[in-house]
Design a protein around this ligand. Structure first.
Ligand code: AMP
Ligand code: FE
Ligand code: FE
Ligand code: ZN
Length: 288
């Protein structure tokens, strides 16, 4: 019998996770999940491999991507795109733009670290990443290995996060661009982990979501490792108010986020019906 649980938010070595797409799919099977969505930052490079592994293992699979958007507040806005057509030219344009934003930023971080007498090169960082999406967690892993910091968190606090001594932001798409491109790629745009928006109050959160809904938002990630029960309830109510799908995932990154297990988000599992509803909505999307 199919398990009642899934995970719709996780990362592989194609971005800043530490398990390969095949290993993530295997772990999903070992955890008795019946469906998996891979949502690497800014790339679908891992999707084909994960899809093949999932098929082999008898798990349902949904291609996904996670995009960082411009957001003029202290928090961050991430958009998930589910069920994108991997052959869509718009998707290729999207991922090329996103990776270019990183390619502009990463050398600035490395140059600043060198000025701070940290021994690190862009080549080392690229080797650490092993692919086209080079993220701050790869830099953090090197700082950790070389003993400049004791934990990944320290690496972010001291150097890589806003306020850190080697922080640089990357160019981002606006929410309008990101939502539009996900839709044009045949995908469903979903607001990731709304707690990270750091909205000051519920009215502000409502306004941000309403604006996204006007752009074509399809869902809200209600279950996430950063959400406690009260937040899950709040975001579920908000999804109901705007007639949005609810989704959920662990945001598993393998060893880059040690405290997160695949299939479990802050003690909660993610119900299969979230996956089924995404599939249902996707099949009703207009053909493009
Ligand atoms: P980037 O995509 O290169 O901008 O890096 C963002 C990624 O770094 C996030 O998706 C997380 O995986 C990780 N990250 C961001 N902030 C922190 C933090 N304070 N501690 C640990 N990991 C973080
Ligand atoms: Fe990440
Ligand atoms: Fe995210
Ligand atoms: Zn994520």
């Amino acid at each position: 019998m199919k398990s009642d649980y899934v995970d719709l938010h996780c990362h592989s070595t194609a971005s800043d996770g530490t398990l390969s797409p095949t290993e993530v799919a295997r772990l999903a099977a070992d955890c008795d999940l019946s469906a998996l969505a891979l949502t690497d930052h800014d790339t679908i490079a891992g999707v084909a491999e994960a899809a093949a592994a999932a098929r082999e293992l008898g798990i349902d699979f949904l291609p996904g991507i996670e995009i960082s958007c411009e957001y003029p507040h202290p928090g961050t806005m991430h958009l998930l795109g589910y069920g994108v057509d991997v052959n869509s030219p718009v998707l290729t344009e999207l991922t090329t733009t996103l990776v270019a934003g990183r390619d502009n930023r990463n050398p600035k971080i490395i140059a600043r670290l060198q000025e701070l007498n940290v021994s690190i090169t862009m080549e080392e960082v690229e080797n650490e990443a092993g692919g086209n999406v080079v993220g701050r967690p790869h830099i953090a892993a090197i700082l950790l290995r070389k003993g400049y910091v004791k934990t990944t968190k320290d690496a972010f606090n001291k150097y890589l996060a806003p306020g850190g001594s080697a922080y640089f932001d990357k160019e981002r798409l606006t929410a309008r661009q990101a939502v539009g491109m996900v839709l044009e790629s045949g995908g469903l745009p979903v607001l990731a982990h709304p707690v990270q928006l750091k909205t000051g109050n519920d009215a502000e959160l409502d306004r941000v979501v309403k604006d996204l809904v006007d752009l074509g938002l399809a869902g809200i990630e209600v279950i996430h490792s950063d959400h406690d029960g009260a937040l899950v309830a709040k975001y579920t109510a908000l999804a109901g108010k705007y007639n949005l799908l609810t989704t959920g995932g662990s945001d598993f990154h393998g060893g880059n986020k040690h405290n997160i297990e695949l299939g479990v988000a802050n003690g909660r599992r993610i119900p299969r019906r979230f996956y089924d509803a995404l599939m249902e909505k996707r099949s009703h999307a207009p053909a493009r």
